[in-house]
Structure formats: structure tokens, C-alpha cells
Unconditional design. Structure first.
Length: 144
């Protein structure tokens, strides 16, 4: 198995679990056509990044966490949009992509993790603004 760079898991983490399901609202500056719909100037547009990231027409196996999907690929900006895109995207997106990998690496390196039970972990998503887990993850950590 080859090495996986920090960018691959953080991109896949942000794809599977964006910070918020909806991007910041935008307003169309001109009449345009999006997905076959005529959008008049001044319309407020909401982008559902969660739906884009789970779309089987865009991603192979969209519900599976596969960091290797980004290995050696240049991803189109319109496919991976967890922190927005264009000039109104999150100014901290570069930092976020680096911090996710560093935080995860620090947790793995600093602690030994044990499961509370042998039951399969429920990854179902809840219904709030930040898409929390439906059932909180219970774990035990021991300092190395």
C-alpha cells in the first residue's frame, strides 16, 4: 500500500462531511441558465454541497470514504465544493484542508483508541445545520 498525502484524506473528509450542507447564499448578477432552468437576475441561489458530494452521477461510490480517489487526480472545482468556490469561497479553505489532516494525525499519534462495544459504528447523519451524527460516537482513548 502506498503512502497517502495529508491532502487526500482531508479532501475526502470534507467531501463526505462538509462543514455545512448548504453554501452561503449567492445572488445571480445576470439572467442565466443552471441545469436547464432559467434563472432571472437578482435570484437568491442556494447550493447544496452535500447533495453534490453524494451524487452518483458525479462520484464513484459517493457514500464510501475513499481517500485514494484523489490520488494523482486534478479534481474539477465544480465537483469538490465543501467550502464554496469562486471569489466567494471560504478564505480559510487552504488552512481547513491542512488542519483536518494534521488534527487527525495528532489524534492517531497521541492516543490508543478502543471501541466501547463490538457493534458496527452507526454513521447515519442527523438533521441540523452542521450535519451531526444521528447517534454520537462513543469511544475511549488512552494516552500513549
Amino acid at each position: 500500500m502506498g503512502l497517502v498525502s495529508f491532502a487526500q484524506p482531508s479532501r475526502e473528509t470534507l467531501r463526505c462531511y462538509p462543514a455545512a450542507p448548504m453554501l452561503v447564499p449567492h445572488e445571480s448578477s445576470d439572467d442565466c441558465k443552471i441545469g436547464g432552468y432559467n434563472i432571472p437576475r437578482g435570484t437568491i441561489l442556494l447550493v447544496n454541497s452535500w447533495a453534490v458530494h453524494k451524487d452518483p452521477n458525479v462520484w464513484d461510490d459517493p457514500t464510501i470514504f475513499k481517500p485514494e480517489r484523489f490520488k494523482g487526480l486534478q479534481v474539477q472545482p465544480s465537483k469538490l465544493i465543501p467550502l464554496g468556490m469562486g471569489r466567494r469561497s471560504c478564505p480559510g479553505s487552504g488552512l481547513a484542508q491542512r488542519v483536518v489532516g494534521l488534527a487527525l494525525g495528532s489524534l492517531i499519534q497521541s492516543f490508543d483508541w478502543k471501541r466501547i462495544s463490538e457493534k458496527e459504528i452507526d454513521l447515519a447523519e442527523g438533521t441540523r445545520v452542521s450535519i451531526p451524527k444521528a447517534k454520537p460516537l462513543e469511544k475511549t482513548c488512552f494516552r500513549n
